[in-house]
Design a protein around this ligand. Structure first.
Ligand code: DQA
Length: 146
């Protein structure tokens, strides 16, 4: 079972970016912890990060052809703005879990709206980077019921 973890803009700066909000773990730490959780549960996890909307769209489009079973995505700020990412996820027709490190609902109003949530198999917010582990677990549980 192949899963794909996608991180969007500015998440390459995890560890140094606003640590009071996002913590001290780096993107490499997050990718390692998510891959370890996938492996523990008998799955493989590929990882991808980009600051560019089109590159994220391209990666989502490619996932289906590669036989990816499901996606964990932290689309960062594009969550709140990108119809293109929404359309890519809808087009791929793969189950996905949306994750946010911070509790977006306790932050600015513009972060309360997601273009992805209503298409998601599940949404995880506010658990810090541990949310990536929970997202992998939740996605695999959803896939097991299909
Ligand atoms: C984020 C929340 C977004 O609002 C923000 O733009 C991010 C990170 C999170 O993980 O909490 O880049 O997705």
């Amino acid at each position: 079972m192949k899963l794909l973890l996608i991180n969007g803009p500015n998440l390459n700066l995890l560890g140094t970016r606003e640590p009071a909000t996002y913590g001290h773990s780096t993107l490499a730490d997050v990718e390692r912890l998510a891959a370890a959780e996938a492996a523990r549960l008998g799955a493989e996890l590929a990882v991808f990060q980009s600051n560019h909307e089109g590159a994220l769209v391209d990666r989502i489009q490619a996932a289906r052809a590669e036989g990816v079973a499901g996606i964990v995505i932290n689309a960062g700020a594009y969550t709140h703005t990108s119809v293109a990412l929404r359309d890519a996820l809808a087009g791929a027709a793969l189950p996905f879990v949306e994750i946010h490190i911070s509790n977006v609902h306790a932050r600015e109003a513009f972060r309360h709206r997601s273009h992805l949530s209503d298409l998601a198999a599940g949404v995880i917010v506010g658990f810090g980077v541990d949310g990536y582990r929970l997202a992998v677990q939740g996605l695999l549980a959803k896939l097991a019921t299909r």
